[in-house]
Design a protein around this ligand. Structure first.
Ligand code: HEM
Length: 149
């Protein structure tokens, strides 16, 4: 993962892979949205929950370790540049997107959330999550760009 990347920007293999995987997952969410619009809710649920699961895996194996080992020490030393600003915004919105994603999948696909904590307005919640997710991808791409510029 720490070897040379393949996108020619001097990033690590892990960063290049994460970039492509996250953009792919963002596209998978858009495909899933089309399924929902067509009334194919089973396919919709499969796309959105797979995208969430893979995003969580990539966060745990790549982004959280990078945040913890590279950016937290930088921030603790008071380093404020365009990369650290982008990464803090990215990690904050990304964390919120993942937590919201888990909540939405649990409400939509299971009965584990008690009735008083469930929402009824599925499309508003899911649309909000999709927008938050794509803003997170945008900030992730900025982080990649700044960190390897
Ligand atoms: C929906 C959730 C998320 C999405 C879609 C997402 C997407 C991305 C993308 C596209 C990149 C650029 C590729 C790269 O440089 O590796 C990136 C990088 C990064 N993300 Fe996320 N991310 C999410 C959640 C998080 C969370 C919760 C954290 C907090 C720990 C985080 C921390 C980072 C860090 C530190 C990097 C730079 C990694 C590196 O050194 O290569 N991300 N993310």
């Amino acid at each position: 993962m720490f070897g040379e990347g393949f996108l020619g920007r001097g990033a690590t293999f892990g960063a290049d892979l994460n970039l492509l995987v996250q953009i792919g997952l963002g596209l998978l969410l858009l495909i899933g949205m089309v399924f929902a619009r067509r009334g194919s809710y089973r396919a919709h649920g499969a796309c959105q929950s797979s995208a969430l699961a893979l995003a969580i895996v990539m966060t745990l194996v790549w982004m959280w370790p990078s945040f913890h080992e590279i950016y937290v020490p930088d921030l603790a030393r008071g380093i404020a540049n365009r990369t650290t600003v982008a990464v803090v915004a990215h990690a904050t919105l990304g964390g919120a997107a993942l937590l919201l994603g888990v909540y939405v999948v649990l409400v939509a696909g299971t009965a584990v959330i008690p009735p008083r904590f469930r929402f009824q307005n599925y499309s508003a919640w899911m649309r909000t999550l999709l927008v938050l997710w794509w803003i997170t991808i945008g900030l992730g791409v900025l982080t990649y760009w700044f960190a390897n510029g």
